[in-house]
Design a protein around this ligand. Structure first.
Ligand SMILES: *Cc1c(COP(=O)(O)O)cnc(C)c1O
Length: 407
């Protein structure tokens, strides 16, 4: 496959001037727009007239120019026709799946998905007649075995959260398509690094709250896909985004828009810092998981799917063996070393630390956690890029020795 350059794709033809020629776009805050001639209203309402052909904008839940500027950037980044932004990552996921599962339907999903997604698929959607079979994302054949006549969606994250298990997107895409289902991929952990739509995904969903925004100050999401699918989501009668209404605020959209240009730079630095830390921890005999390490079981597969030059991402796991030691390790990192913060979420410029089993994945029952390989002492580290690179390694080395993790 030809190499894809997401940085070029994102900027080429995507200049967005502000109202007075500003180098930043303007924020269109209006909820409603003036229709200059009343007799054009019906044609605007039924979509015959748009702002490009004699119509005008109508209402900001339908379409807002500032929010749409973000959507177009993200579509360019993901190499899809189009995108729509939402108020959160989970609403993007819920809308995408429920749009595809009309009249019930079945989902085959990776079992190592984000805790909220696991609850959506395993607990909430069954109350609406949509069933999910969970499978191990590294067992590609398990996806095939779980396919049913009524399977509409195959769902996975590229890197399982928090286990960092790697899913074979091209192979899973073939299985989905053979069974007449759409492949939906959550690319929240790996923006820019990897382009799921180019590897066979039909729909790419995001929590923009994490790396894409990068400042831990907004909640947002997006769905990237074909013009037809985005049109379905925005349909006046049956569109899930249109009628369930998780609309992104234009002021939030502006903030996200201003941070997308340096997303590739940030991803490179997250990756460089994470690789250096993971390599050192491995040398020290710590039980560390990072897809950039040759020792990671998914290293080859992950490498084969990456866009060149952006590294392996910012997520590391450290298995501390017990919840108690995980707590001591995180306390030492935060309170003795100033290495990072004990906080959920990821993609911030500072490092964030969580013990996933008892926090972000606590929606998943303990026996299920065990079967998906999530050990109770697993610390998830979303590596930031602040502080001196060498200083950070010294800090984590001291903390690892203090709690007896390092040799
Ligand atoms: C955080 C997260 C979500 C949910 O996104 P919100 O913006 O919090 O709604 C979904 N998927 C992954 C992988 C996440 O990390």
């Amino acid at each position: 496959m030809q190499q894809f350059n997401p940085e070029q794709a994102m900027t080429r033809g995507h200049r967005e001037f502000g109202e007075h020629g500003g180098v930043t776009p303007s924020i269109e805050r209006s909820s409603t727009f003036t229709v200059l001639e009343s007799n054009t209203m019906p044609a605007i309402f039924n979509g015959e007239k748009s702002p490009e052909n004699g119509g005008c904008y109508l209402y900001s839940r339908h379409f807002n120019p500032t929010v749409d500027a973000v959507a177009r950037r993200l579509a360019a980044l993901e190499d899809t026709d189009y995108a729509v932004c939402t108020a959160s990552g989970i609403s993007a996921i819920a809308c995408a799946i429920s749009q595809l599962c009309t009249c019930g339907g079945h989902v085959v999903s990776s079992n190592t998905v984000y805790g909220g997604t696991h609850a959506l698929l395993g607990d909430l959607l069954p109350t609406m007649g949509i069933e999910t079979t969970f499978v191990d994302p590294t067992d590609t054949e398990a996806f095939r075995a779980a396919m049913r006549e009524d399977t509409r969606v195959v769902y996975t994250e590229v890197l399982g959260n928090p286990t960092l298990k790697v899913a074979d997107i091209p192979a899973i895409s073939r299985i989905a398509h053979e069974g007449g289902a759409a492949l939906v991929v959550d690319n929240t952990f790996t923006p820019v690094l990897l382009s799921p739509a180019r590897l066979g995904a039909d729909v790419v969903v995001y929590s923009l709250t994490k790396f894409v925004n990068g400042a831990s100050d907004i909640i947002g999401g997006s769905i990237c896909g074909s013009n037809e699918f985005i049109g379905d989501l925005m349909d006046l009668h049956t569109g899930r985004v249109m009628l369930l209404g998780p609309t992104m605020d234009p002021r939030v959209a502006f903030d996200v828009y201003q941070r997308i240009p340096h997303l590739p730079l940030r991803m490179r630095e997250h990756g460089a810092r994470a690789l250096a830390i993971a390599s050192r921890l491995e040398e020290l005999g710590v039980d560390v998981g990072y897809p950039g390490l040759r020792s990671h079981p998914g290293h080859e597969l992950f490498s084969s799917m990456l866009n060149e030059g952006y590294g392996y991402g910012g997520m590391i796991t450290v298995d501390c063996g017990s919840v108690d030691r995980a707590g001591k390790f995180m306390d030492a990192l935060q309170n003795d070393e100033d290495f990072g913060y004990i906080a959920v979420s990821l993609g911030y410029f500072d490092t964030l630390l969580t013990c996933s089993g008892s926090s972000t994945s606590s929606e998943i029952a303990p026996d299920e956690q065990a079967s998906m390989g999530l050990s109770p002492g697993l610390v998830r580290m979303a590596v930031g890029y602040t502080g001196g690179a060498d200083e950070r390694i010294e800090q984590i080395e001291r903390a690892a020795r203090k709690v007896g993790l390092a040799k």
